[in-house]
Write a protein that binds this ligand. Structure first.
Ligand SMILES: Nc1ncnc2c1ncn2[C@@H]1O[C@H](COP(=O)(O)OP(=O)(O)O)[C@@H](O)[C@H]1O
Ligand SMILES: [Mg+2]
Length: 140
């Protein structure tokens, strides 16, 4: 995901099922989750757009689906989002990849509409944009 250009903690080293990665935060104090921050509507809007761009890169370039994407698995640090908790990610060739992608998009969409109060593109448009069936997001 990092190589695909998505905003994730930088991987440092890996041994068997252990991945050591960049710490998001400072002096041992972790950055807050998307769920925990209080941002302006414009900042939320920017984060929403950047998150969708990342889901698209993760799908089209890394050929992966996160599989547990929500406001609990996105950290916010210095105005930037970091997608975390990727151990359950699947390849786009996985038989359930489509279902997981739709669930990821639905979770993210629900947070930004119901909790933040943002107007966002339809689930269908988000899906088509991520998988490359649509070249742009609906303007909201
Ligand atoms: N790279 C990181 N830097 C700082 N804190 C992190 C990092 N990755 C995870 N965390 C913190 O640890 C918590 C748990 O990590 P996560 O990967 O979401 O595992 P799980 O949800 O399975 O327990 C996150 O909610 C976050 O607060
Ligand atoms: Mg988590």
């Amino acid at each position: 995901m990092h190589q695909a250009g998505a905003s994730v903690p930088k991987p440092i080293t890996q041994f068997e099922n252990i991945l050591v990665m960049e710490f998001i935060g400072e002096r041992g104090e972790k950055a807050p989750l998307l769920k925990e921050v209080n941002l302006s509507i414009d900042e939320y809007h920017e984060i929403f757009k950047n998150l969708i761009e990342d889901v698209r890169k993760i799908y089209q370039v890394a050929r992966l689906v996160h599989g547990d994407l929500s406001e609990y698995n996105v950290m916010i640090w210095k105005g930037r989002h970091y997608i975390i908790d990727v151990s359950q990610a699947v390849k786009v060739s996985h038989p359930n990849a489509n279902e997981f992608l739709i669930r990821d998009l639905r979770n993210i969409r629900k947070f930004f509409t119901d909790i933040v109060g943002l107007e966002v593109p339809s689930l269908e448009n988000l899906y088509n944009y991520v998988v490359g069936n649509a070249n742009e997001l609906e303007e909201i």
